[in-house]
Design a protein around this ligand. Structure first.
Ligand SMILES: [Ca+2]
Length: 487
């Protein structure tokens, strides 16, 4: 029986650290993502989707409020900044329109049990007890099952790339837990109201602990190697921000991933986590189908940011390269395909702030005035997309327009310019080339047009002057990048 035909249900899937190009549908040579590929075929894949502020918290603020960092107020990963009460949230607006709204998995908000407008949240906080949370719902479940305190006893770091198979029975894996609870939520819904479901996986973000079978897939197939740009070979010549990042991530000291075999294993572990999520997602869609709801459900899959995965000698986020800043964005409409169509790609510049207006418009719900994103079911376009992170020495700014991307590091006033049409892996920095001078100037003007607040100290006489270079010193890492312990 089909329910509430006038209002579609919505399944919003969020993954963590998943580069937009690591999808079979995007032509990736190795990774296996048959479920996501099917969603892409039955809907739209946005090929130029970006994270404006590519780390967890600020990116999720954009996702949940439809605003940019300059409005939601966080371009620095401010872990203790609550959501701005003046900005209506995505679940809040769906709730006000009569939807039941339910989240399972990672929220990464403050305070940690804040529901940010959801009727109910089943939370996985990845062991962030330093912010005051006693136990999340995943940990309580492990405790109930007789495995109290063992969620991190595989010993792998949450910000590192060492790999081992999952250490407990598979049904206790966090990806499995998120899937299982999402399915239960769908089955237990109130049939008199439409549903907004937020299914938020904590992976492929490390710890890299996939079930052993998923590592086997990539042991059999092999993995591709990272790319190394022409500009990336000499450490001493890198902008300070990249020196610092390369040395610092993954910890300790970036030293642990030197060596081809170790890099290969890290990528195997990462792809294994991707494929595990892909396969588990089948169960969520299968449950929606068996409940008779699939034809009236919109599915949108996205992620908060990507991961460098060893490209240019870098790992994790938030460098402004494609591997870190480009995100998956897949949209499958209801079976009537009235608004969006299927079997197509869309190359408009878009971002996480567009998710809220897109879903609201597709469900016929008015978009709040506070929303800055563009609805992706319309024909509105941007001529450029701006990304930013940090205000201190680690600051990076980037602008993407036409085929180009200009990255700016204020420390040392350094630039990197790439032509993505001929150089999609960003291996050739054109910022010093005479032929690219006009393009460089265009990019600089776009950057200045987007800057605000404390950024003004980097602009002088209408041009970017930055701040003095600083000598690189090896950072200390006594906490092993927030290594979790026994609980
Ligand atoms: Ca993240």
């Amino acid at each position: 029986m089909q329910e509430k035909k006038d209002k579609p249900n919505v399944l919003l899937v969020c993954v963590d650290h998943w580069p937009g190009r690591i999808l079979g549908a995007a032509g990736h040579p190795v990774v296996q993502t048959p479920t996501l590929d099917t969603i892409a075929e039955n809907g739209i894949r946005f090929t130029e989707a970006y994270s404006e502020t590519p780390t967890c918290i600020p990116a999720r603020r954009s996702l949940f409020t439809g605003t940019r960092a300059r409005t939601h107020g966080d371009r620095c990963f401010n872990e203790t900044l609550p959501m701005d009460p003046a900005l209506p949230t995505l679940p809040e607006v769906f709730g006000d329109a009569g939807y039941q709204t339910y989240a399972v998995g990672k929220l990464h908000v403050y305070p940690q049990r804040a529901r940010i407008g959801f009727d109910e949240v089943l939370l996985n906080e990845e062991g962030r007890h330093h912010r005051g949370l006693h136990a999340d719902d995943y940990e309580l479940y492990l405790s109930d099952e007789g495995f109290a305190g063992q969620e991190q006893t595989h010993g792998m770091g949450v910000n590192e790339y060492t790999v081992r198979p999952w250490h407990l029975p598979e049904y206790l894996h966090q990806t499995h837990w998120t899937t299982r609870n999402m399915c239960r939520v769908i089955q237990r819904r109130d049939p008199t109201r439409p549903s907004f479901w937020y299914c938020s996986y904590t992976a492929p973000h490390p710890p890299l602990t996939p079930p052993a079978e998923y590592l086997d897939i990539y042991r059999d197939s092999g993995v591709d190697s990272p790319v190394m740009g022409e500009w990336a070979g000499e450490f001493d010549k890198l902008p300070w921000v990249l020196k610092n990042h390369r040395y610092n991530k993954p910890a300790p000291g970036g030293e642990t991933l030197r060596g081809e075999e170790v890099v290969k294993r890290a990528r195997m572990g990462f792809y294994a986590q991707c494929t595990y999520i892909d396969h588990q997602l089948r169960l969520v869609i299968g449950t929606i189908r068996e409940e008779g709801l699939l034809d009236n459900t919109i599915i949108l899959v996205t992620g908060d940011h990507g991961d460098m995965l060893g490209n240019h000698g870098l790992w994790a986020k938030p460098p402004m390269f494609e591997a870190s800043v480009k995100i998956p964005m897949l949209l499958m409409d209801t079976a009537e395909y009235q608004k969006s169509g299927h079997h197509r790609t869309d190359n408009r510049f878009c971002g996480l702030e567009d998710v809220m207006p897109t879903l609201l418009e597709m469900c016929g719900i008015p978009v709040p005035d506070s929303v800055e994103g563009l609805s992706l079911v319309g024909d509105k376009t941007r001529d450029h997309y701006y990304s930013e992170h940090f205000e201190d020495q680690r600051a990076m700014r980037a602008v993407r327009w036409e085929n180009y991307k200009l990255i700016y590091y204020p420390v040392g006033n350094r630039f990197q310019l790439f032509d993505l049409a001929g150089d999609p892996d960003e291996c050739r920095d054109l910022s010093g080339s005479e032929e690219s001078k006009t393009i460089l100037e265009t990019g600089k003007k776009l950057l200045i047009s987007e800057m605000y607040g404390s950024d003004s100290k980097w602009i002088s006489g209408g041009t970017l002057t930055g701040q003095p270079d600083v000598p690189f010193e090896k950072p200390v890492n006594r906490g092993l990048s927030a290594q979790r312990g026994w609980r």
